[in-house]
Design a protein around this ligand. Structure first.
Ligand code: NAD
Length: 501
């Protein structure tokens, strides 16, 4: 992989890296320094049509490529990604500001999905029943659907593209990736390595842009399925428009994840987990804990939570002391600062205010320090809205039942966790909670790729989720065959054999 970053990012269409002919380019900046790293093109309509045509053409032979051949490309790809994990993480840290460890984790969790895609043969097994009627057998095959597209957010520029194209392609589809315009360099490097792994031309294309390019993909009749990850309003738009154009759509959206803390929980472990899961990655994770619900006596831990959080410092990814990096853009920082001011006006107790923080040597970074609000109530916008920054809200309740009601009344259902030493409390919580991913003494319960990423309610629009068996079903059609062979034909077959002899 070439580690250098070109001054203008090319498009990847039909196996070629080509310069866009567009006149509109978008700056991609380093969020810790404000420096422009490269420019990404707003792909023209003609170029988008070329990308779709290349994917459509490549599908003809790729769907007939033997499954083990497809799987071997994934094996090679996994090895290349591992070999270049650190180089990818450096690029990723430059364009997202994530700490180096976090950046390596972003790549690693994507590699795990590629490993899953390398096992595609067993995932593509159909079903059979012999003798469904006299001398009639019934069996099913799993076949690819065609050209698929993926639209990804800024906060995991390696992991989330890798949630999508390796599995879609291993299933026999071809793919068009439109990564976030805020950090599109890492996804280009992922495509470069995929090409090196032996992916035939046209199997994967990468185009750039934002709303206009996405809307074009949503409406094009040659695209059969759309995978989206991003914010709630955009997720709704993608789901509504994509399905209106009769496509299969899976849209993963925003979140407000609650951690419920019972007073019998292991105090030190719980507080460490609260801090890491709320302000880690500057709170820019869809599974970040943004609300901690303190049950009964656990409310006495507030000063300890405050002390632990006060020790956390943001900084540049090259400084190993940095606990997390900057927000992705000046606009994201402004938005988070706006919420901090609103929280104060709404009457929550601001125990830590990160809005004035600076980082030595990086005056132009989008820094926000750890921010803690106590006595937050459910009408406050800091409670109802996804802030997507290093801001944690503490809510007090008396009983576990109150905590369950609170979480179930929140429209989001991406992730939640309970910290307790009681198996009975944990079991009640896992059973009654209306959230798709539940952690028990685990703060951010992201399932490994042999399960699926199963957000619920306003955190997901669609039926079949990312990776695991569900993604294979999302990217395929089932063909069911009912077959009868006539005994009387056996005699003809035998005679034909005798003739050959
Ligand atoms: P975003 O919705 O702004 O952008 C996501 C993608 O959609 C980008 O590629 C962008 O170019 C495109 N886009 C933006 N506006 C559009 C529009 N009006 N029409 C069509 N396309 C548009 O999201 P983001 O800020 O990049 O990412 C952060 C959000 O993603 C947060 O809300 C976070 O919770 C969510 N997220 C969810 C998950 C999950 O699995 N549920 C995972 C990661 C991030």
């Amino acid at each position: 992989m070439n580690k250098s970053i070109p001054s203008r990012l090319p498009l990847f269409i039909d196996g070629d890296w080509v310069q866009s002919t567009t006149k509109e380019w978008l700056d991609v900046t380093n969020p810790a320094t404000g420096e422009v790293l490269t420019q990404a093109p707003y792909t023209t309509e003609a170029e988008q049509l070329q990308a779709i045509a290349a994917a459509k053409q490549a599908f003809i032979s790729w769907r007939n490529t033997p499954v083990p051949t497809r799987a071997r490309i994934m094996l090679k790809y996994q090895a290349l990604l591992k070999e270049h994990q650190e180089a990818l993480a450096e690029i990723l840290a430059e364009e997202t500001g994530k700490t180096f460890e976090d950046a390596k984790g972003d790549v690693w969790r994507g590699i795990e999905v590629v490993e899953h895609a390398a096992n595609i043969a067993t995932l593509l097994m159909g079903e059979t029943v012999e003798n469904v009627a006299s001398a009639i057998d019934c069996y099913s095959y799993i076949q690819p659907i065609g050209v698929c597209a993926g639209i990804t957010p800024f906060n995991f520029p390696a992991m989330i593209p890798l949630w999508m194209f390796p599995l879609a392609i291993a299933c026999g589809n071809t793919f068009i990736l439109k990564p976030s315009e805020q950090d599109p360099i890492t996804p280009c490097k992922l495509a470069e390595l995929f090409e090196q792994a032996g992916a035939p031309k046209g199997v994967l294309q990468v185009i750039h842009g934002d709303r206009e390019q996405v809307d074009f993909l949503l409406k094009d009749p040659d695209i059969k399925a759309i995978s989206f990850v991003g914010s709630v309003p955009v997720g709704r738009h993608i789901y509504q428009t994509g399905t209106q154009y009769l496509k299969r759509v899976q849209a993963f959206a925003g979140a407000k994840n609650h951690m419920v803390v019972m007073p019998d929980a292991n105090k030190n472990a719980t507080i460490n987990n609260i801090i890491g899961s709320s302000v880690g990655a500057a709170g820019q994770r869809c599974m970040a804990i943004s609300v901690v619900v303190l049950v009964g006596e656990a409310q006495s831990w507030i000063p300890d939570i405050q002390d632990a959080m006060a020790k956390i410092i943001p900084g540049h990814w090259k400084n190993p002391q940095s606990d997390y990096g900057p927000l992705i853009s000046p606009a994201a920082k402004e938005r988070v600062l706006g919420y901090i001011e609103t929280g104060k006006k709404e009457g929550a107790d601001c125990l830590l205010d990160g809005s004035k923080i600076t980082v030595d040597g990086y005056p132009h970074g989008n820094w926000v320090g750890p921010t803690l609000f106590a006595n937050v109530t459910t009408e406050m916008s800091i409670y109802t809205d996804e802030i997507f920054g290093p801001v944690l809200c503490l809510v007090n309740v008396d009983h576990l039942d109150d905590a369950i009601k609170l979480v179930n009344d929140c429209p989001y259902g991406n992730g939640t966790s309970i910290f307790t030493a009681s198996g009975a409390a944990a079991r009640k919580y896992q059973h009654e909670i209306l959230v798709g991913q539940v952690g028990i003494n685990v703060p951010i319960p992201v399932p490994l790729p042999f399960f699926s990423f199963t957000g619920w309610r306003s955190s997901f629009y669609g039926d079949l989720h990312a990776y695991g068996k569900q993604a294979v079903r999302f990217y395929t059609e089932t063909k069911t065959i009912t077959a009868r062979w006539f005994d009387s034909d056996i005699e003809h077959a035998e005679q034909a054999n005798m003739t050959i002899q």
